[in-house]
Design a protein around this ligand. Structure first.
Ligand code: NAD
Length: 477
């Protein structure tokens, strides 16, 4: 067992009022650590602490806030190895990927530290000066999922702090520990109460969404939970950024050289064992290349070394939790029962832990659960098409709209089709690429608002228009 972790409220590390809950290692299926279970009263204290700290933090200069974030990035880098191992234990991904997650956390933190908050001069005349400023919102709650627990917490917290807000973080109860460590690192460099973390198994998320002391929620998770967040946030009209589920389609155009794209398509679909919001989740392939691409993908899948993330040479870890494993198994079994061809994988491994090998499924189509629902796991359905217009129509016939991609040797044609994808991001000859300075977010039921870039930073602010006029001249008597 690892050492017990604690909540951080108003600068104090404290145990949870409601005891502890177990955190499970996905590679063994057994508990490896305990996490404090906070109470609604502790959430209230965290919100109060954030509110009290807000006056000082919003008054800090931009340079002070940037300096604090730079020091946070330096500490994350220094402690990368320990943090990466903790991510593997709680999340399951291979160690190299956990290191990539930490490196991403560092990059996004340094980017937040480098950002300027713009002031726009709209008019400057002797009669009046009009400027558009951006003020921090106040107390921001961050609610995060279990797939990239550390990096998504960074995406939420760093721009919020950069803009001058105070934060209460609530990680997924499946992967809370790396976020607790992140918050402890941040707390070294900011005044007490600016950053807080409250963990718990049930009810804390909904207590946050209805809390009158919270001004904004940045939420990443499923569409269903996002809908609950939106409904419950109406009481004080909380500002919301909702990064929700996806069912990204990719269309491979008939002229595409399969050998050149197979590896990139595989990686985009199976990134983090497929547990990535913007992973490629439905692959539309022209009938002339359908078999060739399916076989190429299955060859790559069979070469993966499946095992525990801390084992040497492993390229493919377990699914994060038992429920997700059950969903993936159910979707594959449903497709098989309807006559689908499972080229490789297709059964959970007979060993402890939540292992399911990378699975390629052919002979499926729209209207089947594996295609219509977000699998969020290590299985990719390939759907054959005969007409590109029809493939585009089917790609867009989803309530989700996170990302989508078009692949083809004729870039002009591929771009023209990508322009018509109903998604927040449209990639050409790549998929699931993100970077700190480019806004990312979904449309339709994949959510609203963006993260990253200037637009992402401004989501943590509220506009304030400033009119300045000269004093009126004294009235002539
Ligand atoms: P989830 O919705 O089950 O949980 C997300 C978080 O919400 C957790 O911290 C959970 O404890 C909390 N929560 C649960 N009920 C709540 C409630 N009623 N009110 C407030 N908070 C509540 O999602 P998950 O299973 O952890 O993550 C997987 C989902 O996240 C997938 O659908 C995936 O596509 C999505 N996701 C989206 C993005 C994106 O950027 N769009 C990124 C990563 C993951």
């Amino acid at each position: 067992m690892m050492r017990d972790h604690e909540l951080l409220i108003g600068g104090e590390r404290v145990p949870g009022d409601e005891g502890y809950f177990d955190v499970t290692d996905p590679a063994s299926g057994s508990a490896f650590a305990r996490c404090p279970a906070g109470s609604p009263a502790q959430l209230d204290r965290a919100v109060d602490a954030a509110r009290s700290a807000f006056g000082e933090w919003q008054g800090a200069s931009h340079a002070q806030r940037c300096e604090a974030l730079t020091r946070v990035a330096d500490d994350i880098e220094r402690e990368a190895d320990e943090l990466a191992r903790l991510i593997v234990r709680e999340q399951g991904k291979p160690l190299t990927l956990a290191h990539a997650e930490i490196a991403g956390g560092v990059a996004w933190t340094r980017y937040a530290a480098s950002q300027e908050i713009p002031v726009e001069t709209i008019e400057q005349t002797p009669a009046q000066q009009i400027e558009l400023h951006h003020r921090p919102v106040g107390v921001v709650a961050s609610i995060t999922p279990w797939n990239w627990p550390f990096m998504i917490a960074v995406w939420h917290i760093m721009p919020a702090l950069r803009a001058g807000n105070c934060v209460v973080s609530k990680p997924s109860s499946l992967t809370p520990l790396s976020t607790i460590r992140l918050v402890e690192i941040i707390a070294r460099h900011v005044p007490r109460g600016v950053i807080n973390v409250v963990t718990g198994e049930r009810g804390l998320g909904s207590a946050i969404t209805g809390h009158p002391g919270i001004d904004k929620i940045v939420f990443t998770g499923s569409t269903e939970t996002g809908q609950s967040v939106m409904r419950a946030s109406a009481g004080n009209l909380k500002r919301l950024t909702l990064e929700l589920g996806g069912n990204d389609a990719a269309i491979v155009l008939p002229d595409t050289p399969i050998a050149a794209v197979a590896e990139a398509i595989f990686q985009a679909a199976f990134l983090n064992m497929g547990q990535t919001c913007s992973a490629l989740k439905r692959l539309y392939v022209h009938e002339s290349q359908y078999r060739e691409l399916g076989e190429a993908m299955a060859d790559i899948a069979r070469r993966q070394v499946v095992g525990a993330g801390l084992e040497e040479g492993v390229t493919f870890g377990p699914v994060q939790n038992a429920d997700q494993l059950a969903l993936v198994s159910e979707l594959v079994d449903d497709a098989r029962a309807q006559g689908a061809e499972v080229l490789c994988g297709g059964e959970r491994l007979a060993r402890d832990g939540f292992f399911y090998p990378p699975t390629i499924v052919m002979g499926v189509s729209d209207g089947q659960r594996l295609v219509d629902e977000e699998q969020f796991g290590p299985v990719l359905p390939l759907i054959a098409y005969t007409d590109v217009e029809d493939a585009l129509r089917r790609a867009n016939a989803s309530s989700m709209g996170l990302g989508g991609s078009v692949w083809g040797a004729d870039e002009v044609r591929a771009r023209a089709i990508a322009n018509r994808l109903e998604s927040g991001v449209a990639w050409v000859n790549c998929h699931a690429r993100i970077q700190p300075d480019t806004p990312f977010g979904g449309c339709k039921m994949s959510g609203f608002g963006v993260e990253f870039g200037m637009q992402g930073l401004l989501e943590f602010t509220t506009p304030q228009l400033r009119f300045t006029c000269p004093l009126p001249s004294p009235a002539a008597s």
